[in-house]
Design a protein around this ligand. Structure first.
Ligand code: SF4
Length: 66
């Protein structure tokens, strides 16, 4: 089965959760179950309150027949 891969520029990730919502909708997961997560962490390394986001995706997406 053909699988899809995604490359995400983490410098452009805004933490909007659209990928998480799209995955949940596409896979019809039950309430409370989220396969694609977006982690957020305050770092403050370069500026106070600076935050990094990290989308954690399963990369199991398959091409579905039309
Ligand atoms: S949270 Fe997901 S959809 Fe939103 S910018 Fe980051 S990777 Fe893209």
């Amino acid at each position: 089965m053909t699988r899809l891969g995604m490359v995400i520029d983490l410098k452009k990730c805004t933490g909007c959760y659209a990928c998480s919502i799209a995955c949940k909708a596409a896979n019809n997961t039950p309430p409370g179950v989220t396969w694609a997560r977006v982690l957020k962490k305050e770092t403050g390394e370069d500026a106070p309150g600076e935050r990094v986001t990290l989308p954690v995706l399963r990369m199991h997406c398959a091409i579905r027949p039309a």
